[in-house]
Design a protein around this ligand. Structure first.
Ligand code: SF4
Ligand code: SF4
Length: 178
């Protein structure tokens, strides 16, 4: 008899375990990954979990320990972390979950898994040098409030940084992988 979807999700098959992925996460910034004792303090502290219980940093850490690469990288949940660092402040084992999640995101991006929202945001930075397009009405509103115009951005400098940090290349490698 076929397993129900929820049971399938909970059962870990041996072929899903990828030790190399765990080591990659450790190397990319998750140095204390293996000392997590699954207390759940990170999840209890997480504002995203309060909003949506399907986002669970404890589970992401556990999955990384077990090397469940495909489960993590194929899940949009990875991109919900708001990088507020509440989990990192409170983790009793110093795992620094926010850094682990950031390391996993970096690995995901290099492998071509980038959430569409982040691609759009990165494109805006590439095109405008910041995360939003400068609109004239913004400066008009600022003027009405007695504020100076938004400082201009040196787009060429931003472009050079993005090229140097390989952001453009990584974005291009992720095209068509959604
Ligand atoms: S708070 Fe730290 S030790 Fe506890 S589950 Fe989260 S990462 Fe693991
Ligand atoms: S850094 Fe991310 S995982 Fe940690 S508490 Fe904040 S939103 Fe949750």
């Amino acid at each position: 008899m076929p397993l129900a979807a929820e049971t399938r999700r909970r059962v870990i098959r041996l072929e899903e375990i990828n030790d190399a992925f765990s080591r990659e996460v450790i190397k990319a910034g998750g140095e204390k990954l293996y000392v997590c004792f699954q207390c759940g303090t990170c999840t209890a502290s997480c504002p995203i979990f309060k909003f949506d219980e399907s986002y669970n940093p404890r589970l992401i850490i556990r999955s990384a320990v077990l090397g469940l690469m495909d489960r993590i990288l194929n899940n949009d949940m990875l991109w919900l972390c708001a990088a507020c660092y509440s989990c990192t402040e409170r983790c009793p084992r110093g795992v620094r979950p926010a850094e682990v999640i950031r390391a996993i995101r970096n690995i995901a991006a290099e492998k071509g898994y980038i959430h569409e929202f982040f691609k759009t945001q990165a494109d805006t930075i590439i095109n405008y040098g910041r995360i939003w397009e400068e609109e004239e009405f913004v400066n008009e509103m600022r003027e009405d409030m007695g504020l100076p115009p938004v400082p201009s951005v040196n787009r060429e400098e931003v472009k050079k940084i993005l090229e140097y940090t390989k952001v453009k290349k990584i974005l291009a490698s992720g095209e068509g992988e959604d």
